[in-house]
Design a protein around this ligand. Structure first.
Ligand SMILES: Nc1ncnc2c1ncn2[C@@H]1O[C@H](COP(=O)(O)OP(=O)(O)OP(=O)(O)O)[C@@H](O)[C@H]1O
Ligand SMILES: [Mg+2]
Length: 112
């Protein structure tokens, strides 16, 4: 099992969620976060406006999934989020040790 943590532009969230659901990836966690990449202190365009700020609003998406699905989900998220401009975001992949579905007591991949 793996965890995908993706930092994306807020305006890409709905399209990303729709694309994931269409491919059968229903379970997702989303948080509003602030962050910056390598252009700290350099202006970035957000919703049509140029900002000279330290931290910019981004969305963090977390998805736990089977190893075999990682490439597909990375492709979906990157496909929706790429504009080619700085600040498009990043995707990180982590190993997941176990998963538990609280209601049933199931564990492992079946509990994802
Ligand atoms: N190494 C990192 N650790 C934690 N969060 C990160 C890291 N890199 C990026 N992020 C998060 O991802 C968001 C988007 O990063 P961003 O796309 O600007 O990365 P970048 O490396 O500067 O790439 P680009 O040059 O395309 O802008 C950041 O605002 C931050 O929230
Ligand atoms: Mg950047």
């Amino acid at each position: 099992m793996k965890k995908i943590e993706a930092f994306i532009r807020p305006e890409k969230l709905n399209k990303t969620k729709d694309a994931l659901e269409k491919q059968g990836f229903d379970c997702i966690s989303v948080s509003d976060i602030q962050g910056h990449g390598h252009q700290k202190g350099v202006s970035e365009v957000f919703r049509g406006k140029k900002y000279m700020v330290d931290l910019l609003p981004k969305m963090k998406i977390e998805i736990i999934l089977a190893d075999k699905d990682v490439d597909k989900v990375v492709e979906i998220i990157a496909g929706v989020s790429k504009t080619g401009s700085i600040g498009d975001g990043k995707i990180f992949v982590y190993d997941v040790v176990n998963a538990y579905r609280i209601r049933t007591g199931e564990q492992g991949e079946i509990a994802i």
